[in-house]
Design a protein around this ligand. Structure first.
Ligand code: SF4
Length: 461
């Protein structure tokens, strides 16, 4: 759970009620942001807009004029966490606006908390802002309440998520996101690039590109061109990534499906235009499971594709996620997945036990897998993968790696190599003779590894 009201921009504000130049007390909001990086970007947009209108962020619900809870509805556990966060805001404050994925099911929320002021769905920024206006009208002073051009970011200053599209045209049977968030709606390339440029100007050193299905970017716009930096840029995955790569910062791609045109993007990685890092949610390897999952690119020969990617860009880091215990998954399916992992030699893997999300078509599939079997398969998969990941990591000992510094400690700094995304991958622990700065990119000689992390010494700045 992220609570920017406690950890984010509000930390920079004075504790007593801030006054505008005109002397009025600014209205205060508290904000809880739950869920994935895509929801985080939604939160950033809402907060940016409200800050631009002169609202202050409150450190806690207590004393705020209104509390906003941006919910996640992906899994039942996430829904329970969202309801708990709403309950806490109701108990402490009582003036609560709910938005985000769970907002797509207002009845569920109102059944638990009939007195919430408003419930809006995902991406309904305008509706959230209108609801805030109603409860606590803005007391804007344009001279005083200007927000930075890049908007308010909830991430550290040196990296930022950039969402290039909303929604999804796929219909994976375990997922209700298309139902909650609707079909694919891509942003024009110029719009994305302008945002990215502002972030870079503001000091961001790493852009994390996200969406539900990044490689489908622009399909809904029929690759419509838009004007940026004196030229036309099409809303096409390759074109957008190439332009992002020209901004001179790290560009990391998340949620990329293994469609054939991804090969061209791997070429950009080999040319060092974007980071040699690919987050590809394969979810399974057994054709029959993938078919029942209705996964995009289910028919691709993925092992062959991975081999080809590594041929183009040998230093490529591949991260993926898998679901075990999907309805109808047999021992044979699961062993096929284990064999596939041995052949694929992925660098990083996340694994989930299948959870029947309310409203997901997969719940109606035959032969659900027992929980104890799911757990056993989860353990077996993680054990198999840990050995592979450790072996892949060990290959880096003795090499020089570029590392971005995330945190400073008393005797060590913590950073990430080009193969590590924030929050989900490992870290690089750095010894350095000269003091380092957060956000700085240094060259480190890797000296040893442990299960997930690298340890090294700074050898160049
Ligand atoms: S690609 Fe599948 S899992 Fe991902 S958001 Fe779309 S439907 Fe859901």
């Amino acid at each position: 759970m992220r609570d920017p009201g406690l950890n984010g921009p509000a930390g920079n504000h004075p504790a007593k009620a801030p006054r505008t130049m005109a002397g009025t007390v600014a209205a205060k909001i508290s904000f809880v942001s739950l869920g994935c990086p895509k929801a985080l970007v939604d939160s950033e947009r809402i907060i940016t807009r409200l800050r631009a209108e002169g609202y202050e962020l409150s450190r806690s619900h207590e004393g705020a004029d209104v509390a906003i809870v941006n919910t996640c509805g992906f899994l039942d556990s996430a829904q329970a966490e969202s309801l708990a966060a709403i309950g806490e805001a109701m108990a402490v404050n009582g003036r609560v606006i709910v938005t985000g994925c769970m907002g797509g099911e207002p009845d569920v929320i109102r059944a638990c908390y009939p007195d919430v002021l408003a419930v809006t769905g995902p991406h309904q920024y305008e509706a959230v802002v209108a609801a805030v206006h109603e409860v606590a009208p803005p007391r804007h002073d344009p001279l005083f309440d200007l927000v930075p051009a890049q908007g308010i970011k909830l991430t550290p200053r040196h990296y930022a998520y950039v969402k290039i599209s909303e929604g999804c045209n796929n219909r994976c049977t375990f997922c209700i996101i298309p139902k909650l968030r609707g079909g694919l709606r891509s942003r024009l390339a110029a719009d994305v690039l302008r945002e990215a440029e502002k972030l870079v100007t503001a000091g961001v050193k790493e852009l994390l590109i996200i969406s539900q299905d990044t490689s489908a970017y622009g399909v809904d716009l029929k690759y419509q061109a838009s004007h940026w930096d004196g030229r036309e840029v099409r809303a096409r995955f390759l074109d957008l990534v190439r332009e992002l790569g020209s901004l001179g910062v790290w560009v990391r791609l998340h949620y990329v499906y293994p469609y054939p045109h991804v090969d061209e993007v791997i070429q950009l990685m080999a040319e060092k235009k974007v980071l040699p890092y690919l987050d590809v949610p394969f979810q399974h390897a057994s054709p029959s499971v993938l078919k029942r999952m209705r996964r995009p690119a289910a028919h691709e020969a993925t092992l062959e594709r991975i081999r080809h990617w590594r041929e183009i860009c040998p230093e490529l880091t591949i991260r993926s996620s898998f679901i075990v215990g999907f309805p109808g998954e047999t021992e044979e399916d699961f062993e096929l997945l284990l064999d596939w992992l041995t052949h694929a030699q992925l660098d990083r893997v996340g694994c989930f036990r299948y959870e029947p999300v309310k409203g997901a078509p997969a719940n109606d599939l035959a032969s659900p897998v027992r929980d104890d079997v799911k757990q056993l398969r989860f353990n077996r998969l993680m054990e198999r993968q840990q050995a592979i990941s450790a072996k892949r990591l060990k290959r880096k000992v003795g090499t020089r790696q570029q590392v971005i510094v995330d945190q400073l400690g008393a005797s060590m700094a913590k950073g990430r190599s080009q193969g590590d995304a924030p929050e989900i991958d490992g870290a690089v622990y750095l010894a350095s003779r000269r003091p380092l700065r957060v956000g700085e990119i240094v060259t480190a000689k890797i000296e040893r590894t442990d299960a997930y992390d690298l340890h090294g010494r700074v050898v160049g700045f």
